[in-house]
Design a protein around this ligand. Structure first.
Ligand code: MG
Length: 200
């Protein structure tokens, strides 16, 4: 199994629709960003990519690329999930915390939970959606999201080469290490009493 963590923040801006967790919320302002500014889906994408050590949202969807302007962030999650499946994993569960002054997330939490669960192909009970207000943090003009994700190996999986190391039993690793140690030549003795140059 593998753990992933993602974090994101976006500033509120008038005249922009608000989307959080793939759900459109009615509010006087939305989150500014190159894409649709969905802070929760961005943190989720980073958590998924991080869990398989596959870079971050910026490396896969550079903000400099015009094709992601105004993009639906569901695209980012879908691509991260494709990579997760390709690496031989499925999502076990995900937990998230939103930090924003308004709107209140409570009334929308179940809808966000169901939408995120759908994107990750898990039951709603495997998705935690929590929200806090930024007491004393001075971040009232922004929305912040933290996401942790746990991946489990798919049954009968075939891991990609760069994820396969964890599957090698420890005695095998010990054998390889032993071989390497044996083949490394002993340090050449210098004229000054057998000390190598690195021994000062
Ligand atoms: Mg973002």
């Amino acid at each position: 199994m593998r753990i992933g963590y993602g974090w994101d923040s976006h500033e509120f801006k008038r005249g922009v629709p608000l989307r959080i967790g793939g759900v459109a919320l009615r509010h006087k302002q939305g989150l500014a960003g190159h894409s649709d500014g969905d802070v929760l889906l961005h943190a989720l994408t980073d958590a998924l990519l991080g869990a398989i050590a596959a870079g971050d949202i910026g490396t896969h969807f550079p903000p400099s690329d015009p094709q992601w302007k105004g993009a639906d962030s569901v695209t980012f999650v879908n691509e991260a999930m494709r990579l997760v499946r390709e690496a031989g994993y499925a999502v076990a569960n995900v937990d998230s915390t939103l930090i924003l002054a308004e709107p209140k997330i409570g009334p929308h939490a179940a809808t966000i939970q169901a939408r995120v669960a759908e994107l990750l192909a898990v039951n709603a009970s495997a998705v935690g959606v929590k929200a806090k207000t930024p007491e004393g943090m001075g971040t009232e003009k922004a929305a912040i999201a933290h996401v942790a994700v746990l991946l489990v190996e798919k049954p009968g999986r075939k891991l990609l080469a760069h994820h396969a190391a964890e599957d090698v039993p420890q005695p095998e690793i010990d054998k390889v290490v032993e071989q390497v140690v044996k083949t490394v030549p002993a340090p050449a003795k210098s004229k000054s009493g057998g000390k190598s140059r690195l021994d000062f």
